[in-house]
Design a protein around this ligand. Structure first.
Ligand code: ZN
Ligand code: ZN
Length: 336
């Protein structure tokens, strides 16, 4: 299938399917060529990540790793985690701030290098998750499968939310959930060239770094450990937000109709994305911490970029909510 075919199909409407829950909302594609393309990409990517991770672990135990591998591991984990959290999630999905064109390009590149599918697919899936969180239509709820049927066991639900949804026969219709992304030339450029960015992140940059500081031996170790193993661990930390943060942790905002939670260890690993209950309550907020002990590095980065004048119109919906609530409380006091 050519790239052109792929995008023609992405804009096609979802056909009706007898196999899905009767309350399934529009914009869910079941079966067909696009789902086939999704499955092919999921299997190739997971095959690369899994085999590379096994090789990376074996290399670490048999050959050992030095500052060369660890330094690039830290750099690339940081770059791709910021890319997904600040770029794909808060900038593209939720429009939490407006970037200048250079910042947008760099954040899109960093997000695409995470190897989590195209930016277009990421945005469509995540918006559908918010709209139907833990209800029929959620692509990765630990309570319902991709077709809207409840899971018989907790383990099945957790496996689906963590990884299984990448391999089921359903798909988000991006002409419903990501129309703006389909019309965004930069996002579509990254979507079309996604394999270039995956390879840059997993093989090319680690290879060059390792060869420059450690010759051929350094190159092998850095590609396997800081490229492929790091790439897989970073994907795992991201998908754990969908599986863990709808099951384990505390709920600051019990009024959300989903079962999202805040989980602090994952908040450290994902630079803030684990504050998922806060995020479901105020999805457009650029900064999602509501207490000193809730770490949100991605939010601090956005605030820093705003201070430098590199991004603007930073959304703070929870502050607006607080001000309005205080305003109405004062009004009630005055009229009492
Ligand atoms: Zn969620
Ligand atoms: Zn979100």
């Amino acid at each position: 299938m050519s790239v052109a075919d792929y995008h023609d199909i992405e804009t096609a409407a979802a056909p009706a399917h007898p196999d899905v829950h009767p309350d399934m909302p529009p914009g869910v594609i079941v079966g067909g060529p696009l789902v086939h393309a999704k499955l092919v990409e999921s299997y190739i990517l997971m095959g690369i990540f899994l085999s590379g991770s096994v090789a990376g672990l074996m290399w670490a135990f048999l050959q050992g790793v030095t500052w060369i591998e660890w330094s690039l591991f830290a750099i690339m984990y940081t770059v791709t985690t910021i890319g997904i959290g600040v770029g794909a999630h808060r900038m593209l999905v939720h429009r939490s701030f407006k970037p200048n064109v250079v910042v947008k390009f760099l954040l899109c590149a960093a997000a695409q290098m995470a190897g989590q599918g195209s930016l277009l697919k990421w945005v469509g899936n995540h918006r559908r998750h918010h709209l139907y969180a833990d209800d029929v239509g959620d692509p990765h709820s630990p309570y319902l499968d991709g077709k809207g049927w409840a899971f018989a066991t907790r383990l099945k639900g957790w496996l689906h939310a963590h990884n299984g949804w990448l391999f089921d026969d359903t798909m988000t219709d991006n002409s419903v959930y990501a129309k703006d992304m389909l019309a965004d030339p930069m996002v579509m450029m990254f979507t079309r060239t996604r394999w270039f960015w995956y390879m840059l992140s997993l093989v090319v940059i680690p290879g060059v770094w390792g060869y420059a500081f450690g010759g051929f031996h350094g190159m092998m170790g850095t590609v396997l450990f800081a490229g492929l193993l790091r790439g897989y661990l970073m994907v795992m930390s991201s998908v754990a937000v969908g599986s863990v943060c709808h099951r384990i942790g505390y709920r600051r905002f019990d009024e959300t109709r989903d079962r999202s939670t805040n989980e602090l260890i994952l908040s450290v690993l994902t630079f803030g994305e684990g504050l998922h209950n806060n995020h479901h309550r105020f999805p457009r907020d650029a900064y999602i911490s509501h207490a000193w002990y809730e770490p949100d590095l991605n939010g601090w980065i956005i605030r820093g970029l705003a201070r430098l004048g590199l991004v603007r119109d930073v959304v703070d919906a929870s502050k607006l909510h607080r001000v309005r609530a205080e305003g109405s409380a004062n009004a009630v006091e005055e009229t009492a």
